[in-house]
Every structure is written in structure tokens, then in C-alpha cells.
Design a protein around this ligand. Structure first.
Ligand code: PLP
Length: 386
């Protein structure tokens, strides 16, 4: 038997719990204020349009829908470029894996560095592609934020050719992000040491906005090659199960881009042959229709603002109950998650005493908080930190 997934294990325990007040803060998806995964109105309209045409169910090209690849590249890098290759992939995970397999062919001796901590699938995925995976310093539990000097020190010690996986925004699991100044320093280190940056942008639009959240992608793409970037619409379009993402590779010339594309196609062909149609078609329709695009940006902004409001409420409500407790760091963290600073023991008490489920590391999903459960959650946190 292979070991079970620790995060999915939390959800199984939550489902089995009979307490009607139970709350699952262990999830990795955006819930609306009713505690549901939303179907965005822009998606509903694009689906309606698509279904009216009774589309055939033929194969997509190996690298996906051309309209999708082009629109994604524009969204990520602000305009399409002959030197950048974008291929549709099965979610952000698929983009990472296609990139990992390609990198393994290019430089089989290179090692991979991920942040400590990181999204747990980063390690598994790069190990499955055959790499040795190490970690660089990232999070400081004392400040509940980024320890940038330690991160820079570790990156500065890596051998040339090392692959560095960087969370572009909304770091999973901590919520602690780099500032723009930090990003410029990382770019300098990566460039001067000859490292290969692999950016993971799974939450574009969840931190500050579509443009601001693409800062790292655009900075790196404008300054160096190669740059690898995996992106996902699972969260920003609430299209988790449709598996819509991409891999983009910034290359040194239009000719190199053609050669890279030919290699990426070989990786995809031998893996899952070609990507699924529906999600890619929906996203391409929304991104290229001015009206639907405007609607999407509004809905995405609504998700972002709700998460920010929940952060503010959580901090205020804990303060009102335990005036000595300072959770204000939660306001600095961004995106879906917060490393709450709750200990393993406190997480266990939340579960046993109040049926509130979080990850042992103290990671909570901010988007699982709603106006209906926030008082209950604040009461329970207050009782375990007193
Ligand atoms: C940092 C990070 N990268 C990639 C992904 C993968 O997303 P997808 O569901 O699109 O494969 C996630 C999803 O949780 C994530 O948090």
C-alpha cells in the first residue's frame, strides 16, 4: 500500500463527522460565502454558447487549442511573443509535469530546489520525473512571513544548472509572498548563478489582481531565458475538475521556440497524447470575448475581495475574544491559505472539541471561512489559544 494523501485524509475525516457545525479549513479550493464551489457566471455563459453549437468531440492538437494557448500567453506575459512557447496542459500540475519531464531530458544530472515548505506535490512530482529534490529556506515561523535573507543565502549557494521552483504569488501553504524588490533580487541571483527558474502561477488574480500577480512572470520573461512557467485556471476560473492549465517556456529566439515546442509535443504525446477540450474552450472563449472577459475579471475580483474580507474578520474576531493575541500577520499573507501559527496540538483540539478541520502544519484555507461560520471558528480558535 502506498501512503495516503495527508490533506485528502483530513477531508475524509471531515465528511465522516456528524456535527452539523463542522468546518473544513483543510481544503485547497475557493468556496463562496455559502460554502460552495462557485460556477462563475462567465463560465456558465461560455458553456451555454458552446453547447448551442453541438461541438464535435474530436481530438485537440497535442499542444492544445491554439486560441487558448495564445490567450493564456497574453494573460501571463501581457502580449504574445515569438520567443515564448505555451502549451495547454492538464491543470497547473500537468504544466509542471510536462516541464519536469522535458527538463529531465535536457539535463538529467540537475537537481531541483523547492521552498521549505512548499505545495506537497512539488516534491512528489519532480521526484516522479526522476529528479533529486532539495529545499531552500523560505518561511520564518517567528514572523509568520518570508525569511528573504535566508532564501537569498540558499539560492546563492546552488550549483549552476539547478532548477529552482518559485511560487509566483499566493504561496501554498504559507500565504507569504516575495515583494517586487525581492523578486528583482531573486532574478539577479538566478541569472548570475546560471540557475533555471521554474515559476508556478496557480493563483493569478487571487493576491492583488491579474497584472500585479503576473509581476514575477513578466520580470523573468523580460530579462532572461530559459524560464519555465506552469499556470492554472483551476482556482481563478473555479474549473478544478476540467483540468485547465498550461506550460510556457521563455526561450532565447524564435527558432529555439520552435525546437522547444517540438520537444514538448513529444513529452505530451507519450504521456496523455493531447489535452481535454471543454475547459480550454471555455477559458479561450471568456478570455477573447471582451464582454465575458470583463465579467470574469469582476467575478475574480469578487473572490479576491471576499478572501481579504475574511482575513480582516478573522483577525478582528480573534482580537475581540483574546486581546493579547496578535494575528495581524494573517493580513499580510495572500491568497487562499494562511499558515495560522496554530500548533499541531491546537489543530487537534479544534478538531476534537469543535469539528473544525485544519492541516497539522497549521495551514488553514481562508476561502473556507464564510459569514456563517466565522464566529464559530473564531470562538474555537480563541478557546485553544487562551
Ligand atoms: C502551488 C500550486 N501549484 C500547482 C497547483 C496545481 O493546480 P491544478 O489543480 O491546476 O493542477 C496547485 C493546486 O493546489 C498549487 O497550490
Amino acid at each position: 500500500m502506498a501512503p495516503g494523501d495527508p490533506i485528502l485524509g483530513v477531508t475524509e475525516a471531515y465528511v465522516a463527522d456528524k456535527n452539523p457545525k463542522k468546518v473544513n479549513l483543510g481544503v485547497g479550493v475557493y468556496y463562496d460565502d455559502n460554502g460552495k464551489i462557485p460556477l462563475l457566471e462567465c463560465v456558465r455563459r461560455a458553456e451555454e454558447q458552446r453547447m448551442k453549437t453541438s461541438p464535435h468531440r474530436g481530438y485537440l492538437p497535442i499542444d492544445g487549442l491554439a486560441a487558448y494557448d495564445g490567450a493564456v500567453q497574453e494573460l501571463l506575459f501581457s502580449s504574445k511573443k515569438e520567443t515564448i512557447v505555451t502549451v495547454q496542459a492538464l491543470g497547473g500540475t500537468g504544466g509542471l509535469r510536462v516541464g519536469a519531464d522535458f527538463l529531465k531530458q535536457l539535463n538529467s544530472g540537475a537537481q531541483v530546489w523547492i521552498s521549505d515548505p512548499s505545495w506537497e506535490n512539488h516534491r512528489q512530482l519532480f521526484e516522479a520525473a526522476g529528479f533529486k529534490v532539495n529545499s531552500y529556506a523560505y518561511y520564518d515561523p517567528k514572523t509568520h512571513g518570508l525569511d528573504f535573507p535566508a532564501m537569498a543565502r540558499d539560492l546563492n549557494a546552488l550549483p549552476a544548472g539547478s532548477i529552482v521552483v518559485l511560487h509566483s504569488c499566493c504561496h501554498n501553504p504559507t500565504g507569504a509572498d516575495l515583494t517586487q524588490e525581492n523578486w528583482r533580487s531573486v532574478l539577479e541571483i538566478v541569472r548570475s548563478r546560471g540557475l533555471i527558474p521554474f515559476l508556478d502561477l496557480a493563483y493569478q488574480g487571487f493576491a492583488e489582481g491579474l497584472e500585479a500577480d503576473a509581476y514575477a512572470a513578466r520580470l523573468f520573461a523580460g530579462e532572461m531565458a530559459p524560464v519555465f512557467l506552469a499556470s492554472s485556471f483551476s482556482k481563478s476560473f473555479s474549473l478544478y475538475g476540467e483540468r485547465v492549465g498550461a506550460l510556457s517556456v521563455v526561450t532565447g529566439s524564435a527558432d529555439e521556440a520552435k525546437r522547444v515546442l517540438s520537444q514538448l509535443k513529444r513529452v505530451v504525446r507519450a504521456n496523455y497524447s493531447n489535452p481535454p477540450t471543454h475547459g480550454g474552450q471555455i477559458v479561450a472563449t471568456v478570455l477573447t470575448s471582451p464582454e465575458l472577459r470583463q465579467l470574469w475579471e469582476k467575478e475574480l475580483g469578487g473572490m479576491r475581495e471576499r478572501m481579504k474580507a475574511m482575513r480582516r474578520l478573522l483577525v478582528e474576531k480573534i482580537k475581540a475574544r483574546v486581546p493579547a493575541a496578535d494575528f495581524s500577520f494573517v493580513l499580510k499573507q495572500r491568497g487562499l491559505f494562511s499558515y495560522s501559527g496554530l500548533t499541531k496540538e491546537q489543530v487537534r483540539r479544534l478538531r476534537d472539541e469543535s469539528s473544525i478541520y485544519a492541516i497539522d502544519s497549521g495551514r488553514i484555507c481562508i476561502a473556507a471561512l464564510t459569514s456563517g461560520n466565522i464566529d464559530y471558528v473564531a470562538d474555537a480558535i480563541a478557546s485553544v489559544i487562551k
